[in-house]
Design a protein around this ligand. Sequence first.
Ligand SMILES: *Cc1c(COP(=O)(O)O)cnc(C)c1O
Length: 423
Amino acid sequence: MSNYKPGLDYAKEQDQNDALSHYRSQFHIPKDNQGNNWLYFTGNSLGLQPKSTQKYIQQELDDWANLGVEGHFEAKNPWMPYHEFLTDSMAKIVGAKPIEVVTMNTLTTNLHLLMVSFYQPTKTKYKIVIESDAFPSDRYAVQTQLEFHGFDANEGLIEWKPRQGEELLNLDDLETILEEQGDEIALLLIGGVNYYTGQYLDLKKIAELGHAKNCMVGIDLAHGAGNIKPELHDSGVDFAAWCTYKYLNSGPGSLGGLFVHEKHAHNKKLKRFAGWWSHNKATRFNMRQPLDVIPGAEGWQLSNPPILSMAAIKASLDMFNEVGMDALREKSEKLTGYFEFLLNELNNDKVKIITPSNPKERGCQLSIQVRDADKSLHKKLTKAHIITDWREPDVIRCAPVPLYNSFEDVYRMVDKLKQILNT
Ligand SMILES: *Cc1c(COP(=O)(O)O)cnc(C)c1O
């Protein structure tokens, strides 16, 4: 899309013509002391609060106040099956079948539970591949799984690295790793959208490469869910996990999502850690039954879930369901493309976008490397109420979120960046 134009008027015109622009008013946007909206670009870290969230949570508080334990069945949205109210919308967001998805626990917990099932090392086939720039929690999870199974955490970990002098990952290099060491590798655990570079990897290709060497393939979608369309079912990956407080706007520390591919749905031999919520709903309350695992993703649940957190997720998913990922992606590509255009217009050789420029290889985030910059740049932006995310040594991560960021937000952000860089 090369028909972008510089100037504030163009940005305002794009907002006027944007069919999704009214969603912005459905969010609480933090304001400065003068009542001006912050320019909020950290939906990749904590999404803003939909105004409807309060109502959804209040409903459950009221039902709890009025019904006590009877709320499990008598609440307006009965708590017993409450998680099921989220499943269809969540499945659509990640491109999965309902049987493949459940909302439960938090991301790192879910990664561990999934590895209990899908990381089944032997003496000779035990290594795990991650990206060299994996999110620390994922790295710690994988290292402690290796140790738990009696392996050396460093020896057993294979890092898929960008080439010398490059920032992005190349699938050819993953292929080489698998050709050379595939017989020793049990699992690939890869960030579908890398948190640092914003690179969106070809999940289907990763699954094919891994499966060709009999490895299990898991995807961390923390930066993908609600951002890109990962088409998890068609990709063929074995499992995935994500959180709902980033692009899914469900509040700090809110519950995570979990995907187990349909091909594993009825495999009762898979090892797992279970609890009463893993057990057949029809006989769960008989209390004296031997474990009878629910087929599909629900069979990985352990506990009865926190309804107040789920209410916030429902508020958000209802909005996603209404918009649809297709429309959201369409706007997102345009908005991020505009952001890229303005950054390139700066014509500043210190500013380099490390995120891929192909819209199919990224979500909404751009990671901007500013040569010779230090954290004072980020401080100046923050002081101007432009909320971005700083990664040492010199990268600003910035995510224009299509549900609530405007073209004008993007214009003003780059305009301020220009001022700061020129002083
Ligand atoms: C945000 C994020 C996490 C955070 O994990 P929690 O268990 O939700 O605290 C983990 N991994 C990745 C890749 C993330 O982006």
